[in-house]
Design a protein around this ligand. Sequence first.
Ligand SMILES: Cc1ncc(COP(=O)(O)O)c(C=O)c1O
Length: 401
Amino acid sequence: MTSARVSQRIGSIAESATLAVDAKAKALKAAGRPVIGFGAGEPDFPTPQYIVDAAIEAARQPRFHRYSPAGGLPELKAAIAAKTKRDSGYEAEPSQVLVTNGGKQAVYNTFATLLDPGDEVLLPTPYWTTYPEAIRLAGGVPVEVFAGPEQGYLVTVDQLEAALTERTKILLFVSPSNPTGAVYSPEQVKEIGQWAASKGLWVVTDEIYEHLTYDGVPFTSIATAAPELGDKVVVLNGVAKTYAMTGWRVGWMIGPADVIKAATNLQSHATSNVANVSQMAALAAVSGPLDAVEEMKVAFDRRRKTMVGMLSAIEGVNCPTPKGAFYVYPDVRGILGREIAGIRPATSAELAALILDKVEVAIVPGEAFGPSGFVRLSYALGDDDLAEGVGRIQELLGTAK
Ligand SMILES: Cc1ncc(COP(=O)(O)O)c(C=O)c1O
């Protein structure tokens, strides 16, 4: 008999740092503290009304009160295939689509379906906090490939090549990126895709921020830019960020039919179909216009500029201007070790804790996404809160420029 209460596999998973920061900020707020949270990765806008109406209509129909196919409603799968052709230029049959409980389950399903124990995944770093955990849960090994602000947080083919081994199976590609907001140029996307194809790798591409790019920078799908990849591509996406639908929990994966069939088998035992009402809301979203995201983008763009300007004014902070998503990822290594309110934070985790403690502003330390020395702030919150929150950080840390 074993005395272990929690299995090693599950016991070794770290709590989602971004959700933890968000939860702490919300708890302090509920306790009456004037906390400003920059932790959450969700738009502060309501879901567009026509999408909500589609959900209400679906909830009235008894057929949506029942189980539906584990892989997704056929009409939604067809609409996702059509939307992917429209936005990514990538052609897929509805049978190549699996509708999941948010993009997160698509990430989990993909690694569980593709990885055997010991298989390696090239993971451009800083990475979204869920990826390494999903890779490890599948028995895989995340291989971090770090790109700092001096290279725009963009990995190069030379770096990927240096990290390649005989066990490498997958390259994970994310542009626009969470947490850095970095966006690869069409040429860079093509070069990386062609390199991956030449090595026989799979590419898993997370396109959830496809509609959030700024300064006229285009989104480029690696699946389309590098047709040499053939069918060794899995496209991950969802409605959360584009349509302000984080709480509805609809995402998807698109891949070769055999992989999708296997992933659907997995999902059929884990969660079955995504809630039908949410799927019908997602159907209205993906088959409708992109006006709402264009409106949100105007606000995000304004906030992005405010935030970069205010953070850059702090001595020791290097805040590159992100070209996509809704995060800034300043380099705070120039602050660490300096005395702030009687404390000398040695790591970005200590700095984030100090900022929460002294001025009640929640930010996510770089340790959640790779090495220490950086922090992530979401600018998907109201203009006034944003200015107030960054203003408090400025007061604590001091502006010099
Ligand atoms: C890069 C990236 N992929 C996927 C997701 C998953 O989003 P959801 O599970 O809410 O659909 C997120 C959410 O933060 C993300 O940042």
